[in-house]
Design a protein around this ligand. Structure first.
Ligand code: CTP
Length: 397
């Protein structure tokens, strides 16, 4: 899996940097091409000569070297992945703040490739609230964390904070690259955003959905090789060009588009916040202000998830969402059976970091086998990866 992969290995000032030589050796043995960037303080922990010999590439550390400028933008574009291992507490803080004071932070800030970090620090630093906040921040920026391990630390203490062992980092990267190909040849239908139900030509009933979750799901599926059709309600978010976009406004339009597309779909993920009611008789001209109250008559919209659940063949896989404020589990389970979905992704608006508009989400997945899995608060990008991992596992695609 790592054969031919271009890996930018960032090394920061941590005692765990001595393990970087073993990590580098394993990556090279697995067939990867590796370029090493060190922060100035990493030099105190491991010699660049060791790393340049193992990588067969010059080790880079300065933004300007012998009056020539190291092209940090091109480095971030060259790599398939930037792996920062070890990531010290100080460099983590810089990543969280967007500080750009050395070549490694400059490359990180301009990297267009995925960035994966393996933190390493002493237990007390790892457990400090500011470290927790910084980790949360860099996760919300879309970076992935290779979990720290528990064991003997440089301080002599025993606890969490050790950098993952080089073998485990290589396994993590292998899995990461495998995911990229999982959905090749699969056709995936995703709904995203709100719907707008017209009251008259200038007014509508809508909701606060931003479409971020659905778009993150679409991006994740594209990354793994799928062909994606996105049926999006009115959203302001940027939509990737590599998908078939069907723009709709109302629940009725979203219903028609989904029913039409579903016959040619392997996996459908309905994350849109579809209006449950629409105006019975929208006015074709602007409604003028009334003397007293104005009464609007509403009628139910068609339930897209329920309809696709009815049409679903055994080769198709259907995912619904449930946004709840009360009796979350009970309501999610009801939706799972009532709509014949294979799984339901629950967001509770009671959870901090979940819901409309935010960059993060917190989900619990319920599947038709009766399993229930709760996930931590993560960036919507990483939540999308969790959802797709689950779909891949359950749908046996
Ligand atoms: N959904 C749909 N069509 C609708 C309404 C909802 O496809 N007309 C889908 C949503 O995209 C989501 C799931 O059904 O995947 C659950 O949506 P939610 O709004 O949480 O539930 P409702 O079924 O609308 O029930 P309630 O509003 O009472 O919670």
């Amino acid at each position: 899996m790592l054969k031919g992969k271009k890996i930018l290995l960032g090394i920061t000032g941590s005692i765990a940097a001595y393990k970087s030589a073993v990590l580098l050796r394993l990556l090279i043995k697995a067939g990867a091409e590796v370029k090493v960037i060190m922060t100035p303080s990493a030099h105190q922990f491991i010699a660049p000569l060791t790393l340049s010999t193992l990588s067969k590439n010059e080790v880079l550390s300065e933004l300007v070297d012998n009056d020539s400028w190291a092209n940090h933008v091109m480095l971030g574009r060259w790599a398939d992945v930037m792996l920062i291992a070890p990531l010290s507490c100080n460099s983590l803080s810089k990543m969280a703040q967007g500080t750009c004071d050395n070549l490694l932070t400059a490359v990180y800030l301009s990297a267009t490739c995925p960035v994966v970090v393996a933190p390493a620090m002493d237990e007390d630093m790892w457990l400090h609230n500011s470290t927790k906040e910084n980790i949360k921040k860099i996760v919300s920026y879309g970076n992935a964390i290779i979990p720290v391990e528990t064991g003997e630390l440089a301080s002599g203490l025993y606890g969490p904070g050790r950098m993952a062992e080089p073998e485990n980092i290589v396994t993590w990267l292998n899995e990461f690259f495998e995911e990229k190909k999982q959905l090749t040849g699969k056709k995936i239908l995703i709904t995203a955003g709100p719907t707008h139900e017209a009251i008259d030509p200038v007014r509508f009933i809508g909701n606060h959905s931003s479409g971020k979750m659905g778009i993150a799901l679409a991006e994740e599926c594209i990354k793994r090789g799928a062909t994606v059709t996105l049926v999006a309600g009115p959203v302001a978010e940027a939509i990737p060009a590599e998908l078939n976009l069907i723009k709709v406004t109302s629940a009725a339009e979203m219903y028609d588009a989904c029913v039409r597309e579903f016959t040619n779909t392997d996996i459908a993920i309905l994350s849109a916040a579809v209006a449950d009611y629409t105006i019975t008789d929208p006015s074709s001209s602007k409604i003028k202000k009334q003397e007293n109250e104005l009464v609007l008559s509403l009628e139910k919209t068609k339930d897209i998830l329920k309809e696709l659940g009815t049409q679903k063949k055994s080769t198709q896989f259907l995912v619904g969402f449930a946004l709840e404020t009360d009796n979350e589990t009970e309501n999610a389970l009801k939706k799972l059976t009532a709509k014949n979905a294979d799984m339901i992704v629950l967001n509770s608006l009671k959870d901090a970091g979940a819901g409309f508009g935010s960059a993060t989400n917190k989900i619990t997945i319920f599947d038709k086998m009766g399993n229930q899995t709760a996930f931590d608060v993560k960036s919507k990008k990483l939540v999308a990866a969790d959802i797709i991992n689950y779909v891949v596992k359950l749908s046996h695609v």
